[in-house]
Every structure is written in C-alpha cells, then in structure tokens.
Ligand binder design. Sequence first.
Ligand SMILES: [Zn+2]
Length: 280
Amino acid sequence: MDIFRRKNKIVVPVIKGNGENVKVRCNGCGRLIEYEELKKNFKVCPYCGYHFRMSAAENIALLSDKGTFEEIGEPIHSVDVLNFTDTVPYKERLKKIKEVAKVPNAILIGKSKIQSMETALGVFSFEFLSGTLGAATGERLTEIIEFAQKNKLPLVVVFSSAGERIQESIFSLLQVAKVISAIEQYKNSGGLFVSILANPVLGGVASIAMAGNIIIAEKNSYIGLSGPRISEQVMKKALSKEAQKAENLLKAGMIDAICERHKLKECVGFILKSYNRWAI
Ligand SMILES: [Zn+2]
C-alpha cells in the first residue's frame, strides 16, 4: 500500500497483517505512527506536529459542519487540448489520475457551513496531478467565486498546488488572469475571501492565493514561486530550508496568520462570524 511517498524524502509506510495496523513514518521526526491514530489527529504527527498532506475530501470534512458540503454546478473534466506528450501522453495521464483520484479535475467546489456560517468553499485536490491549475480547475475556481458573489456568501478556498499545469501551457497560464479578475469583482462588491495555504502552494496558484483578504497558512507549509529543487537549479545555490516556509512569510508580513490544523475550523469560523456583521 502506497500511502505517502515523496520523490526526495522517502516516507515509507510499514504494513503489518492484512492492511491492518498500518504505520507510517513521520517526515518531520522519523517516528512510526499508527495510521488510524494519525487520521484521528487530523493527520498531524502526535510527536512533532508535522502536518501530513490532506486530500480534498479530508479538508472539506475538516472545515465543514458534518454533512453540509454540497457540490455546485456540473463537473468539468480536464482534457488534452494541445495533444501534449511528455514522458506519457497527457490523455493517458488524465485517464489514470481520474481513476485514482476519483475527481474530474484538481478542485472541488460547493456550498458549505463552517461553524454554522453559510460559505462558498473551494478545496484544491493535490492528489489530482499535484493540484495543478489546468483549464477545468480554473473554470471551477472562477465558478465558486461567481457563486459567492451572486449569493452574497463569504468565500473560503484551501490551496494546495504545485502551480500551473505544464501540459496545458497557455490555457493554464490564462486561468490566473481569469480567476484574479473574478476575485477582484467579488472583493469590489464587498465579498470576503479567506485564503488558506496548505502545503505546498506554488507558482501562479500562490499568486491567486495571495489575493485573499485574509491569508492563513498551515504550519510549515511551503509557499513560493517554485519548489526547492527548481529554485536551487536556477539560483545555483541551496536555499535555506526555511526560505519559503509560511513562518518566514509571516515574519515578512506576507500572510496574516499560521494556524495549526486542529484549530483551523475554529479560526475560519471566527473570521466568518465577525464578517457576518458586515453585509455585502
Ligand atoms: Zn513527527
């Protein structure tokens, strides 16, 4: 069973019995943790506080009041417009990932309640091609922003993305302009956009996330133009491990807060309740 695997830092799951008593090794402290215990603890290491990545469904469950999330609109599937092939034809890559991730593109959007507050919620799905911003994802993200504006709802988006999707080239790049334009219209109409940065948020998706009225990052999340490997190749020197971490961005005044995962719902709920006094 392949639960957590990273290219450079290997996180090895240890399996005992018939899929029971699964243990995973923490990427932060290296200790083995019972997978069930990890799940109960919002996928945060009980020893060192390392935040394991959450799926879109897990983030929705984390933030939403039980059973309140309702997907809106029709699913939009990512397609291969450019007939692109890298190591694998993009069409094949999409077919496989749709089977594994069980989502049509890299975002889920819907209406939800967070601590009883009606909210328009978008959650990136990192499990779908690293949450990259293809045309379908950009379209759905725009849809939830427009939905929030039309229904006078606060907008909460959980970002977790490796940036633009290279296989969709210019169609991916165009999404940033489209989404930012929709956000501006929404904000100008008095809407509140709460941006949540979950590890990692890179490239053009980080640009979108930075447009939040309030920007909250998860502990230790990596936020920047590109991942450390690419940054090092370009700069020809190693970046410090902390260079593009949320903690550094907070010190520089680029984000508003860092919130531990188990307090995130309470924190967002507090913001939404404060905003409720401010009619849009
Ligand atoms: Zn740990």
